[in-house]
Design a protein around this ligand. Structure first.
Ligand SMILES: [Ca+2]
Ligand SMILES: [Ca+2]
Ligand SMILES: [Ca+2]
Length: 214
């Protein structure tokens, strides 16, 4: 068990199961050291519509790289994809990324797996590029990835590069406590729930006279 200082989480530090996971954890810890601009779980939820829109738009990128249009990007197609985006990976790194993101193990990147893969690339290729500048030439998508990385850093309270179940529960507790329970009496009524929901999907209190596009 060992004499570790008491942490917020009682669980032991997970050990990375692969080199890729270790790189991901290191990248997240670096990002955590730089700080996080997300202030609440609620502010993340407020961004869901935008995230949704940008990720869906990514389908045309997917189709472009699915050269034989069979609905999946294979390893050869992925190599061409990185070439086109001017992202340099070794053969071995491409293989690792592919394996890690081929979640259903059918030897192809389906659209959802491809999104995961691109976001990992975004995270891992941060070193050696200027912070905040597009590094894949896909500014909208990269802004979305940045939000997702930021969200993860926000959730990872003890900054170990993993979001534990406790950290997730803590974030939800804060959201329920501070964002949904308006009268702070410890419970959320259906009315409060609905009200929070309108905010989450982006409906503001003055939606009618709003002409500024974000
Ligand atoms: Ca294909
Ligand atoms: Ca797959
Ligand atoms: Ca953590």
């Amino acid at each position: 068990m060992g004499g570790m200082i008491a942490k917020r989480d009682s669980v032991k530090h997970p050990t990375p199961v692969s080199k890729l996971e270790e790189e991901m954890v290191n990248a997240m810890q670096r990002r955590a050291a730089e700080g996080c601009s997300m202030k609440s779980f609620n502010s993340l939820i407020l961004k869901f519509p935008k995230i949704d829109e940008n990720l869906r738009r990514c389908r045309s990128i997917f189709q472009q790289f699915d050269e034989d249009s069979n609905g999946a990007i294979d390893q050869e197609e992925l190599k061409h994809c990185f070439l086109k985006l001017e992202i340099s990976f070794t053969e071995e790194e491409i293989g690792e990324l592919f394996d890690a993101c081929d979640i259903n193990k059918d030897m192809g990147m389906k659209f959802n797996e491809f999104i995961v893969l691109l976001c990992l690339v975004y995270l891992l290729k941060e070193l050696g590029s200027v912070h905040g500048k597009p590094r894949m030439g896909l500014p909208d998508l990269e802004a979305t990835f940045e939000t997702l990385v930021d969200a993860f850093v926000f959730l990872d309270k003890n900054k170990d590069g993993y979001v534990s179940r406790n950290e997730m529960v803590e974030a939800i507790n804060e959201t329920v406590g501070e964002e949904m329970d308006w009268d702070k009496n410890g419970t959320v009524t259906f009315k409060e729930f609905l009200f929070a929901f309108t905010r989450w999907i982006g409906i503001k209190d003055n939606d009618d006279d709003e002409d500024d596009e974000e």
